[in-house]
Design a protein around this ligand. Structure first.
Ligand code: G6P
Length: 365
């Protein structure tokens, strides 16, 4: 087993570090930056997509957070109406013609019972379905009209890490595919997004190179009452994911939410013993998020910022710089949140790869 972990103490840490390679695989052979287009092996032609009025993303857990990220990308770059729903809450509400709805099931394993059941509900009503999955031949891949593989390679750690990054990357490619075919995305804007995608593995590597710094930050803030994760827009999706990682593997109370909601409740819980982790990057409305950061900073909470926003520096106790990468900056920040969660859990001596009460794939509803 030690050999399989490739010198790392845990599969999770190995998989966090595998992200640059995994993302290269997700992108491999699919990007034409010059033409500003992608080549995905899916049956979603311009004719089919012209009829699509709404895209519904259904997923659970980490995959749901990838769906939240993708919603904003699809809205912004493909100009299409999108809903995201936790699969166990999903009820199909399609247009007059069910084919007007494209239901995208996001599932690493392709076997999550709630997600399969949502997908079946949609298919039964006549909607077109697409599975975005890591697992070739999985039930979701076989049952959906189409499958888009994220190609992250096997993930052993129960807490999803590299598969989240690969899901968001694959969904970014899907965004370009849909945006171009619906005539909503110019080749210039597409090229720009694709250039950022090409830069993603290198940017993730930069965060990984700061791993020791995050280990030190984790050991400084290991013993606190609670942890809050905040951001806006794409940063809100990542905030939810950062909190989930910490809960899953460290067993400490953590909450993630859009930073604008702080003042509507959680601010009452903020003290000098509740670190606030925040995403202050492009795609995460850093100016507005900084206003919320000031609210917690003035109440003495330590603020850990994953930031490409210079104006924030004075308000942060810890600043982790995020390289320029447009709409993918929050995804890079997420790698820092993964490392933070890992090192907190490690300090606490938790069973990181097999957290109590949790399973890699949940096959009951
Ligand atoms: C379980 C795992 C999570 C995962 C979720 C959805 O709860 O522990 O890491 O995000 O299932 O799994 P899926 O395979 O559908 O992405």
């Amino acid at each position: 087993e030690a050999a399989e972990k490739g010198g790392y103490d845990h599969y999770m840490l190995k998989e966090i570090h595998e992200q640059p390679g995994a993302l290269r695989q997700t992108l491999s052979g699919r990007v034409d930056e010059v033409a500003g287009d992608v080549d995905l092996d899916v049956d979603l032609s311009s004719e089919v997509l012209a009829d699509v009025e709404e895209i519904q993303l259904v997923a659970c857990g980490t995959s749901y957070h990838a769906g939240l990220y993708a919603r904003r990308l699809l809205e912004e770059f493909a100009d299409v109406r999108v809903t995201v729903e936790v699969a166990s809450e999903y009820e199909f509400t399609g247009g007059r013609d069910p084919w007007e709805t494209l239901v995208v099931a996001v599932t690493q394993s392709g076997e999550t019972a709630d997600t399969l059941s949502a997908m079946r509900k949609a298919a039964k009503a006549g909607a077109r379905t697409l599975a975005v999955t890591n697992t070739v031949g999985s039930t979701a891949a076989r049952e959906a009209d189409d499958a888009l593989y994220i190609r992250a390679g096997p993930e052993i750690g129960v807490a999803a890490t590299k598969t989240f990054a690969a899901q968001v990357t694959a969904l970014s490619l899907l965004t370009v595919h849909i945006g171009r075919r619906r005539g909503a995305l110019s080749s210039e804007r597409a090229s720009n997004l694709l250039e950022n995608l090409r830069g993603l593995p290198g940017a993730v590597q930069q965060l990984l190179d700061a791993s020791e710094r995050l280990e030190a930050v984790a050991s400084e803030y290991v013993d606190e009452d609670a942890y809050f994760f905040v951001g806006r827009k794409l940063g809100a999706a990542v905030a939810l994911e950062g909190a989930l990682k910490l809960k899953e593997i460290a067993y400490v109370h953590a909450e993630g939410f859009p930073s604008g909601e702080l003042k509507h409740g959680t601010l009452a819980l903020v003290t000098e013993d509740t670190p606030v982790l925040t995403v202050l990057t492009e795609g995460a409305r850093p100016k507005e998020t900084l206003n919320n950061v000031k609210e917690v900073e003035s109440r003495g909470a330590p603020v850990i910022g994953f930031s490409s926003y210079d104006a924030a520096a004075n308000y942060l106790d810890v600043e982790i710089p995020i390289p320029d990468l447009g709409a993918l900056e929050p995804l890079v920040a997420n790698v820092g949140l993964q490392l933070f969660a890992y090192h907190v859990a490690n300090e606490l001596g938790r069973a990181i790869d097999k957290p109590r009460n949790l399973a890699k794939s949940v096959t009951v509803e």
